[in-house]
Design a binder for this molecule. Structure first.
Ligand code: HEM
Length: 430
């Protein structure tokens, strides 16, 4: 999607030729419903997703096309997240946000690379809440920088073009250089989280996700057991932090460019919304929710779902052969001119002004159907808590320099560091 834009991407159905296969993309609500929900089994995740992620998450659930094992594993993720009360997520997030914001406010020159910092904060939150520990400062800096490098190199389109040509495909993967990065990230996760769990140094009671895996018989001895545990822990940590960090980075950047909106949001998040003002009488929770939803609309962290067709299908009179790639893209759906009013405008109030909720086929930052995100509640509580801990305390301003764009490889994270000015918000600032 970095290569094509504008009206072409708004078509209800595009079927294009790649060198060896067809590629379909659809924005048609009925087609979206069919591919993601009604006939999801016929449109599993593409194995390109698996191949791009294998150096990092091994055979972890996120890269798997589907089937019974995926259903079972997803149940373990969902069950473990369901056992964690909102108050626990909130307390951990509050404490860590305070620590990070204190440090940001002391940063030299008042400048902070906010995308890296949000990645570090969110990986700390998800690891402390689900595994009872977090990386050291040095480890977390290394981990987030490596993941950024991984993102830059993991270009799905290259693999889609090379598809089925085994030699070219193997060469492309080798040349992308994902394996050494993935190996180093796995080593960091192994040392910090997996080994202490397996040796008993970290009690399972403090690590709800590890406990759920153990209770489901997914914790076994030996090198294979260690790697299998690492695969799923890597999914939890990676899916559970980069998405939230990316949303918060874009949101912070939007607010830094709109001081009026930022000031009223800061007031409203501290419960001081002025009647008749922008936020009317919305509660702090509702304001945080509207800000997050609007950032997720304009910058959905997973900008496209890459599926494959198991059987031939006909949509809108066009034939899509078996073994084609099929893309459903929140990125285009969320900005589609026929589905949204003022689609390109950052307008959080649209979520509070009584307008009808969007159709599930027009707005799906957390996905739809069998592979829908099991961490949506976690993300909502976490983002609300971070916004309430940050905006009433700190004023954000843009820094000079080239503006970041969405990277669009694995996720829509910014393609360069977003550096913001951060200063103490005085009472007079709102
Ligand atoms: C703003 C935050 C988040 C967004 C937008 C988001 C979005 C998504 C989406 C779209 C998928 C499905 C991908 C697909 O169908 O191909 C997904 C999967 C997943 N998410 Fe999230 N997510 C977020 C936060 C989280 C959090 C906080 C956690 C855990 C604490 C989490 C855990 C997972 C897991 C484990 C999967 C894989 C499920 C599977 O493979 O079936 N996510 N997420």
């Amino acid at each position: 999607m970095r290569y094509v834009s504008g009206k072409l991407l708004e078509r209800w159905l595009i079927v294009a030729d790649l060198p060896r296969r067809k590629l379909a993309l659809s924005n048609d609500p009925k087609v979206v419903e069919t591919v993601m929900l009604d006939r999801g089994g016929v449109f599993p995740k593409s194995d390109v997703v698996h191949d791009l992620l294998v150096p990092l998450i091994g055979e972890g659930v996120f890269g798997q096309p589907g089937g019974t094992r995926v259903k079972e594993t997803r149940r373990i993720f969902s069950r473990s997240l369901a056992t964690i009360p909102d108050e626990v997520m909130r307390a951990v997030t509050e404490r860590l946000t305070r620590e990070y914001v204190d440090r940001w406010l002391r940063s030299p020159g008042g400048r902070v690379g906010i995308s890296e910092e949000f990645s570090r904060l969110t990986v700390d939150v998800v690891s402390e809440v689900t595994l009872g520990d977090r990386f050291s400062e040095e480890e977390s800096i290394r981990f987030t920088r490596l993941f950024f490098e991984y993102h830059k190199k993991a270009a799905a389109l290259l693999l889609m073009i090379a598809h089925d040509d085994v030699t070219t495909r193997a060469r492309i993967i080798r040349e992308m250089g994902l394996s050494p990065i993935g190996a180093e990230m796995r080593e960091l996760m192994l040392r910090r989280f997996v080994k202490p769990i397996l040796t008993g140094a970290r009690p399972l009671e403090s690590a709800p996700f590890a406990l759920a895996l153990a209770q489901s018989g997914r914790m076994s001895e030996g090198a294979e057991g260690e790697q299998a545990l690492l695969d799923e822990i890597a999914v939890m940590l990676l899916a559970g932090h980069e998405t939230t960090a990316s949303t918060l980075s874009w949101l912070a950047s939007e607010l830094a460019g709109r001081s009026d909106l930022q000031d009223t949001a800061a007031m409203a998040l501290s419960g001081k919304s002025a009647p008749g003002g922008y936020w009317r009488e919305a509660s702090p929770e509702a304001v945080a929710d509207a800000l997050a939803k609007e950032a997720l609309r304009l910058y959905p962290p997973i900008g496209f779902f890459l599926r494959e067709t198991r059987e031939e299908a006909v949509f809108r009179g066009k034939q899509v052969p078996a073994k084609s790639f099929f893309v459903i893209a929140p990125w285009t759906l969320h900005r589609h001119r026929s589905l949204w009013s003022r689609p390109d405008e950052f307008a959080p109030m649209r979520w509070l002004d009584g307008s009808p909720a969007p159709a599930r086929t027009s707005y799906m930052p957390f996905g739809l159907g069998a592979r829908i995100c099991p961490g949506a509640r976690f993300a909502a509580v976490e983002m609300e808590t971070i916004l309430r801990g940050l905006l009433p305390r700190a004023r954000l301003t843009l820094s000079p320099g080239k503006r970041a764009k969405p990277l669009g490889n694995l996720t829509s994270r910014p393609d360069r560091e977003i550096v913001l000015g951060i200063s103490e918000r005085r009472r007079a600032d709102g």
